[in-house]
Design a protein around this ligand. Structure first.
Ligand code: SF4
Length: 370
C-alpha cells in the first residue's frame, strides 16, 4: 500500500531538492525521453521557472505523442452535499449552515437526462461523506442508473473499503477520483478537524483499494493552497508513478485543484500563481508521460484555453457544484466555479485550437467493461 512507500520518502530531502534545483539538470531533463524522480524534483524547483518555454514545448510534444490532440470531456453531478466531516476549507463542512440535499433517484434521473442532452457520455458523480444519507447502496443505485445513459461513470466520493468499491464497479462504475488534499500529515491534521477523514493513512491508501477493486481509471491530486506546492507536487508525482507501476492496467490521471472561495470562508495559506501551476503541469507531464491531466472549471476560461495544447487531457464544461444544479435546485455548491462558459463555448474554444473534444473514449465491447 502506498502509505508504506510514503513513510520511506525523506521529506526533508524532497523539500530541499524542490526548493533549490539546478538549471543544467533541468535543461538536460527536458531533453530526455524518460526522466528520473530526481529530474522531476528539479523540474519543480525555482531553477526551472526560467525554462518554462522549453518545458512547454516538451509537454506539448509528449502529450500529443501519447494522447493525440484529444481532450476528454466530463461533467460533474453532485448527488449529495451532506457531510459528516469537518474539513476547514470546504463549503460542505458539517458545521456550515447551508441548504443540504441528497437527490432522490427520480431527481438523479432528471439530472442525468438533462446532462445527456448536452452530448456527454462521461459523467462524474460526487458526494460528501455521509454514509447514513448517501451510503453504499444509494451510490450503487445511482451508478447503475447513470450507466443506462453514460458509458463512463466516475466517482468522487468518500473512501470505502475494497468490497464497497467492488460493488460499485459491479454496478458499472469505471473511474474513481480521490484527492489526498495534502500529503503533509501535520497540515492534514490541522485542516481535518473531525470525522472519518481525519484518518490520513486510510485516505492515502484509497487509490490502492480502488485499483484492487477493479476501477479502470484512478484520479489523484492535492488541493493547492494548504501547503508548499512544490513538495505537494513531488508527492503527487511519487503517488502517480507508484500506481502506474503497481497497477499497470489502471489509467492514472492527476488534477491540481487550486483552492477557490467556498461558504467555509477558509483562506489558503499559499497562493499559487498561474505560472507556478503551469510549471507543475509541465513537470508532471514530462515525468509521467502516460498520466492524464485534468483541468476543471475551478480555473479561469483564459487559463484553460491556453492550456488546451500544453499538456491537459481532461476538461469539464458547464459544471454545477450543487446537487440538482442542472435543473435549478437552490442547494449549496462545494466551491465557486470560475469558468462558467456554456458547453458549446468551451467546445468551440477546444476546436479553434485544432483539438478534438472527446465524449466517449472506449466502447462497452472493448476491455470487458460491464
Ligand atoms: S472536503 Fe469532502 S469530506 Fe471534507 S467537508 Fe467537504 S465534502 Fe465533506
Amino acid at each position: 500500500m502506498f502509505y508504506e512507500e510514503f513513510l520511506k520518502i525523506n521529506k526533508e530531502l524532497i523539500k530541499k531538492a524542490v526548493n533549490s534545483g539546478d538549471k543544467t539538470r533541468v535543461e538536460t531533463a527536458v531533453k530526455k525521453e524518460s526522466v528520473s524522480y530526481e529530474d522531476f524534483l528539479a523540474l519543480l524547483s525555482p531553477a526551472a521557472a526560467s525554462l518554462l518555454d522549453s518545458m512547454a514545448i516538451r509537454s506539448r510534444e509528449m502529450t500529443q505523442k501519447h494522447f493525440g490532440k484529444n481532450i476528454n470531456m466530463y461533467i460533474p453531478l453532485y448527488i449529495s452535499n451532506e457531510c459528516s466531516n469537518e474539513c476547514a476549507y470546504c463549503g460542505f463542512n458539517r458545521k456550515n449552515k447551508i441548504n443540504r440535499k441528497t437527490l432522490s433517484e427520480e431527481e438523479v434521473k432528471a439530472e442525468l437526462e438533462g446532462i445527456k442532452s448536452l452530448g456527454y457520455n462521461s459523467i462524474l458523480l460526487l458526494t460528501g461523506e455521509a454514509p447514513d444519507k448517501a451510503g453504499l447502496d444509494y451510490v450503487a443505485r445511482c451508478v447503475a442508473l447513470a450507466r443506462k445513459y453514460f458509458t463512463q461513470v466516475s466517482l468522487e466520493i468518500y473512501p470505502m473499503d475494497t468490497d464497497g468499491y467492488k460493488k460499485l464497479v459491479d454496478n458499472g462504475a469505471t473511474g474513481l477520483t480521490v484527492y489526498q488534499e495534502t500529503y503533509d500529515p501535520e497540515t492534514y491534521k490541522k485542516v481535518h478537524l473531525s470525522g472519518q477523514k481525519k484518518n490520513f493513512e486510510w485516505r492515502i491508501n484509497t487509490p490502492d483499494r480502488a485499483a484492487q477493486a477493479g476501477f479502470r481509471k484512478i484520479g489523484i491530486g492535492a488541493l493547492l493552497g494548504l501547503y508548499d506546492w512544490r513538495t505537494e507536487a513531488a508527492y503527487v508525482g511519487a503517488h502517480a508513478a507508484y500506481i502506474m507501476k503497481k497497477y499497470w492496467k489502471t489509467e492514472v490521471s492527476v488534477s491540481f485543484p487550486r483552492m477557490r472561495g467556498s461558504s467555509s470562508g477558509f483562506k489558503p495559506s499559499e497562493i499559487i500563481s498561474d505560472k507556478e501551476l503551469v510549471q507543475m503541469i509541465f513537470a508532471l507531464r514530462i515525468f509521467t508521460k502516460f498520466a492524464g491531466i485534468t483541468l476543471s472549471t475551478r480555473e479561469a476560461a483564459d487559463f484553460r484555453d491556453n492550456m488546451i495544447s500544453l499538456g491537459v487531457t481532461n476538461m469539464s464544461a458547464g459544471s454545477k457544484t450543487n446537487p440538482g444544479g442542472y435543473v435549478g435546485s437552490e442547494s449549496e455548491g462545494q466551491f465557486e466555479i470560475c469558468d462558467d462558459r456554456s458547453v458549446r463555448e468551451i467546445l468551440d474554444a477546444i476546436k479553434s485550437r485544432g483539438y478534438y473534444p472527446v465524449f466517449k473514449d472506449w466502447a462497452d465491447t472493448f476491455g470487458g467493461n460491464k
